[in-house]
Write a new protein. Sequence first.
Length: 152
Amino acid sequence: MTDKEHLAKRYERIHNQLQELLTKTENKVARMATAAALLHHKMPHFFWTGFYILVEGELTVGPYQGPLACQVLEKKKGVCWTGVERKETVLVPDVHKFPGHIACDSRSNSEIVVPLYNPDDQVWGVLDVDSRKLNAFSEVDRDWLERIAKLI
Ligand code: SME
């Protein structure tokens, strides 16, 4: 099996486990906390794993695992806001080359942001993962993190 196939298998197991775990409550905070913990501890290339939620127009930190993060992100700047505004996943191979990137921790080098949608197709937050490695995320991460985001 190739590295990508191994990664996809691991995501598949995480996805299935989360599906099972998330039958216990409809509470979004509990669901985000469960997803962040599971992903962070099963994925060696994840350095920061968590959620930013739109609260009164501000992207405010939600449940996460990893080093201390910014609590509120400067408006309309950075990778998370780009995901909200474009309403699509943003994959950043090198955060130092992304205009406006908000460095909550200088050790992060690449990042992926996946929007979360409500039933009316409005974005209510994002799943954000940072890695210390450059170019750590691929189409495999995009595909599976989008599926995982839908479980929240
Ligand atoms: N880098 C993000 C901010 C959040 S941290 O990565 C945890 C951004 O540019 O929006």
